[in-house]
Write a protein that binds this ligand. Structure first.
Ligand SMILES: Cc1ncc(C[n+]2csc(CCOP(=O)(O)OP(=O)(O)O)c2C)c(N)n1
Ligand SMILES: [Mg+2]
Length: 694
């Protein structure tokens, strides 16, 4: 590598990054300026990628965990042939640009992951490594030497401080994910000032304890030193690698270099002019010296050639063995058979009451047979989550073919790893824990939804019916939390048929899906009800009277309760009732207006929703006059049957709440109007439809 030219290229990145931020009047110039030397060296000499095919399977991955330094990535994408134009760089952070404030997967070609929440990129990279291993191990591509892929990460002080990094690093060290090479931009600066304000641990010792190899770069603003460290880093010693590089934030700026004020605001015209002068960039703004373009273009040519060679070798690998090829394609295409629903239904245990976590476990066995790309695990709760693939083997440092991951008690790390596994494009991951601990995964779930990542969450113990473990383990508000995340599909199946269909829907989805499953047994639908059940539509009728005047809408374990309540209402000679199972609000809302009207006709305002969780977000279906039955307080520690009684979750309890709400019973003598209600101010004729007169 011509060091002088490389230095010119790194300086170009600094200047363009600072100019982009200046023009946008917002952004983070300091990090790209400090990391330009390392990043350029990596992209120029070590990383394997194909700008002509950004999704190339044989590529190394680049993860900008310090996502605020997005101008660094955009400058690299511009220089290395991804077609990100200079106009886009000039349009940094503007409406409609390909250069948003933080890198966004699926928005800008070459961006392999959305980052911004610090630590998330680091932890996601661990999942990418896991998925690539699973793919390579299960297909034999590892033994053929065709998957030498590395995952390169650039992280900062913030990433090092975040808890998710600790979880992920611990797991990566345990699994000996030696394809991970993480650069730690140790500039000792964060927003509030020096890191000594809040951070004094020995990061090298910490990572060594995690079973990482730690390399140091005394001055990572020196390209030769970056080169030497990378040369070492790409030679595996069987452990993941952390390169701690000392840099100066805002390197090259006359007064702001090394200072927190270069972190997150434009340098200012004067300081920018000083930077340009210091680095010898005194022409037009946003200009790349021809020598830099030449250097990068030449490298791109080499990279494209190398990728073509890999493609040929890969094709030969596939051509040599049809079974092997089929297996590879099952991962690459994440193939799900067209008749998945029928096959899963046939595997569902529908002959006796069974907890939905257990029917899910049974269905998972079949699903894993049918979908090779499906693999996952739990945060130490697989016996409770029923999330093991029996006979799937354990995924370990030594066994890459295992389909059961053991994430350890690291829910957020697990969530982020799931994202990385989905981002790899090579697996359909699932992750599992008690539903209440989805709170610990929330930032990862949000990022999954934001990136439209196809993965499945198995959340069991989904309500106060958990029982004796008490309120810490009884989810209340988590349903509303999940439903509030745009793009996440939440499915709470009522029994085993619905569980099978929920899995089929989840496997066919194109974004994240959460399955909410019970600890307690649930009665299966009789065959005639099961025949009408269609989870993919989100809601459907499970019991109906021709002359129904009241609709009970329930999810999950409360569907049986609604059915029993309906029987009670009928028996006591009240009114005709319809019962609707609504396993997924999102899927129902995605149906046509006609279908929604068919299930919940607007002429019927008498609607009661029943769900063992917060009532928040149910008025949308109950209507403003409807009754929403749920739990708007924390649970308690007791056997679940006792809790159900106390909380009114029995047929009699539900009926009572309905009667209380629609309180007019037609024979109250105190009412002067003759309609039978208890309202002294009532002036209707008694056959009105108002709240007081139902
Ligand atoms: C989870 C999370 N918390 C807070 C922030 C806001 N934030 C953005 S950058 C930053 C400081 C990061 O410091 P460092 O990683 O050292 O970056 P540098 O200042 O060196 O560029 C903070 C707190 C964030 N992006 N993500
Ligand atoms: Mg820093």
């Amino acid at each position: 590598m011509d060091l002088a030219k490389a230095k010119l290229a790194a300086d170009t990145i600094r200047v363009i990054s600072a100019e982009g931020v200046q023009k946008a009047k917002s952004g983070h110039p300091g990090m790209p300026m400090g990391c330009a030397d390392f990043a350029f060296t990596l992209w120029y000499k070590y990383m394997r990628y194909n700008p002509k095919n950004p999704a190339w399977i044989g590529r190394d991955r680049f993860v900008l965990s310090a996502g605020h330094g997005s101008m660094l990535e955009y400058s690299l994408l511009h220089l290395f042939g991804y077609g990100l134009s200079m106009d886009e760089l000039k349009n940094f952070r503007q409406w409609g640009s390909k250069t948003p404030g933080h890198p966004e997967f699926g928005h800008t070609a070459g961006v392999d992951v959305t980052t911004g929440p610090l630590g998330s990129g680091f932890a996601t990279a661990v999942g990418m490594a896991i998925a690539e291993r699973a793919f390579a191990g299960n297909t034999g591509l590892d033994k053929a030497g065709l998957m030498p892929n590395k995952i390169f990460v650039i992280s900062g002080d913030g990433c090092m401080m975040e808890g998710t990094t600790s979880e992920a690093a611990s797991l990566a060290g345990h699994l000996k994910l030696d394809e991970l090479v993480v650069f730690y931009d140790a500039n000792d600066i964060t927003i509030e000032g020096g890191t000594n304000l809040a951070f004094s641990e020995d990061v090298a010792a910490r990572f060594a304890a995690y079973n990482w190899r730690v390399l140091n770069i005394a001055n990572a603003n020196d390209i030769a030193q970056c080169d030497a460290a990378l040369a070492e880093a790409v030679k595996s010693d069987g452990r993941p690698t952390l390169i701690i590089g000392k840099t100066k934030i805002g390197f090259g700026a006359p007064t702001k270099e090394g200072k927190a004020n270069s972190h997150g605001e434009p340098l200012g015209e004067e300081e920018l002019a000083g930077l340009r002068k210091n680095l010898g960039f005194e022409g037009e703004a946003f200009t790349v010296p021809a020598a830099v373009y030449d250097m990068c273009n030449a490298r791109v040519e080499e990279l494209v050639k190398a990728a073509a060679q890999w493609d040929a070798d890969y094709q030969a690998f596939l051509d040599a063995d049809a079974d092997r090829a089929a297996k590879v394609l099952a991962y690459v295409n994440r193939t799900v058979p067209a008749d998945i629903e029928e096959q899963l239904l046939a595997a569902a245990p529908v002959d006796k009451p069974i907890a939905s976590r257990a029917s899910s476990g049974a269905v998972l066995q079949k699903a894993s047979e049918l979908v090779p790309a499906l693999l996952g695990g739990s945060a130490d709760l697989s016996p409770s989550n029923k999330s093991d693939i029996k006979n799937g083997g354990d995924f370990t440092a030594e066994n890459w073919t295992g389909r059961n991951l053991h994430f350890g008690i690291r829910e957020l790390g697990m969530g982020m790893a799931g994202n990385g596994m989905a981002l790899s494009g090579l697996t359909i991951p699932y992750t599992a824990t008690f539903f209440v601990f989805s709170d610990y995964m929330k930032p990862a779930i949000r990022l999954a939804a934001l990136q439209k990542l196809h993965q499945i969450y198995i959340f069991t113990h989904d309500s106060f019916y958990v029982g004796e473990d008490g309120p810490t383990h009884q989810p209340i508000e988590q349903l509303a939390m999940l439903r509030s995340i745009p793009g996440l599909t939440v499915i709470r199946p009522a029994e085993a048929h619905e569980v099978a269909q929920a899995w089929a829907t989840a496997l066919k989805a194109d974004g994240p899906v959460a399955l909410l499953l019970t600890r307690q047994d649930l009665k299966p639908y009789p065959a005639e009800v099961a025949a009408n059940c269609d989870v993919s539509k989100g809601a459907f009728v499970v019991s109906d009277d021709e002359d129904f005047q009241l609709i009970l809408i329930a999810t999950g374990s409360e569907v049986n309760l609604a059915l029993e309540t309906a029987e009670l209402i009928r028996k006591e000679g009240h009114i005709g009732v319809r019962v609707v199972s609504m396993p997924s609000q999102e899927l129902f809302l995605a149906q046509s207006d006609e279908y929604q009207e068919e299930v919940l006709p607007s002429w019927c305002p008498f609607r009661v929703t029943i769900e063992a969780g917060t009532t928040m977000c149910w008025h949308r279906f109950a209507g403003s006059d409807g009754l929403t039955i749920g739990l708007d307080h924390f649970g308690a520690s007791a056997p679940y049957k006792k809790l159900a009684e106390e909380f009114g979750f029995t047929p009699a309890g539900i009926l009572q709440q309905i009667e209380d709400y629609y309180s007019c019973d037609g024979d109250d003598e105190e009412c002067g109007c003759g309609c039978g209600c208890e309202d002294d101010h009532c002036d209707c004729s008694g056959d009105c439809d108002c709240h007081d007169h139902r």
